[in-house]
Design a protein around this ligand. Structure first.
Ligand code: GLU
Length: 308
């Protein structure tokens, strides 16, 4: 790999305040790219504008700036990229089978369909069987979402942090949504289109998205985009072991009002396994200490003074 052309990114969803787990993800994305002379980009994933006001995106950018994390390129706002997603949808229509699905979320959850790890269901392809006449009738009753039919293939990749991964698309994922019934493009499509357009070569994110990766690789292949390297980092917990949430008590903004940014950065680097003690350092100063081999793979617990 030509490490000098590494392009990493941090892509938060502004549906609430960031917590320290999000900040650690941003820092690791930054260090992973910068430590090999690469670039670091920021993208605001405000696809769902009803849940993600512009002000929440601005707040995230402000928090990142206070931590010394700035984008090496223009900030991408997904709410401004609908045309690009439409273009990607049109390409997919030529290269795969996209079909309208009229099943509601309530119907799917009431069914006995097996569940995905992210809470969704493995869709059984019911609406793929509908004929044109029935589709026309149903369109009069309900606006459908758009699904992509997936083949019975295994998608494998080597995650830089957690190793070999394989998922059978048909059995472990099912036909997935490309565009929601309210017209908002799905995260899976947007993330692939955006990473492709920005030339992203390295994706660092929380392990909650590990099982989304095969879907994204499938879309990259159809769209003729290069597959980035993936690194999924463990979720960050409070010292007590509880999961962090986007609620006020875990807000990174609140922490930044109580502690200097250098302390937070030093404490996160220590919690992640990068250093052997907490020392106040800036993000740039710590770049040289970064090594994927040092990053914990199981669980990252925050020191109790930051989060109990
Ligand atoms: N926007 C996603 C989140 O905040 C991350 C997407 C990604 O990194 O691919 O969880």
């Amino acid at each position: 790999m030509d490490t000098h052309s590494v392009i990493g990114r941090f892509a938060p969803t502004p549906s609430g305040s960031m917590h320290l787990g999000n900040i650690l993800c941003a820092l690791i994305s930054y260090w992973s790219a910068k430590s090999v002379g690469g670039k670091f980009l920021i993208r605001i994933e405000d696809l769902d504008s009803a849940r993600c006001p512009r002000s929440a995106g601005e707040e995230i950018l402000n928090t990142l700036e206070r931590l010394g994390l700035e984008s090496d390129g223009e900030i991408v706002w997904q709410s401004e990229r609908t045309e690009a997603y439409k273009a990607a949808e049109n390409i997919l229509r030529e290269r795969a089978e996209l079909y309208p699905c009229f099943c509601t979320r309530a119907e799917l959850h009431a069914s006995h369909a097996p569940r995905l790890e992210d809470g969704g269901v493995i869709y059984d392809g019911k609406c793929r069987m509908l004929d044109d006449k029935l589709i026309a009738e149903l369109r009069g009753v309900r606006v459908p979402c758009v699904r992509i039919a997936v083949p019975d293939i295994d998608i494998s990749f080597t995650d830089g942090a957690v190793g070999e991964q394989t998922q059978n698309l048909k059995n472990e994922c099912g036909d997935f949504i490309i565009k929601r019934s309210d017209g908002v493009y799905a995260y899976q499509l947007a993330v692939v289109a955006d990473d492709g357009a920005s030339g992203v070569t390295q994706v660092v994110r929380g392990s909650d998205l590990l099982t989304s990766t095969p879907r994204q690789i499938y879309l990259q292949r159809l769209l003729g985009l290069k597959q980035p390297d993936y690194y999924h980092i463990p979720l960050v917990c409070a010292a007590s072991g509880r999961k962090l949430g986007k609620s006020y008590g875990d807000s990174a903004q609140k922490m930044l009002n109580e502690f200097p940014p250098e302390y937070i950065i030093g404490a996160l680097a220590y919690a992640a396994g990068m250093t052997d003690r907490i020392k106040e350092r800036s993000a740039t100063e710590l770049t040289a200490d970064f090594d994927w081999k040092k990053i914990r793979k199981d669980r990252i617990s925050l020191p109790s003074e930051l989060c109990d």
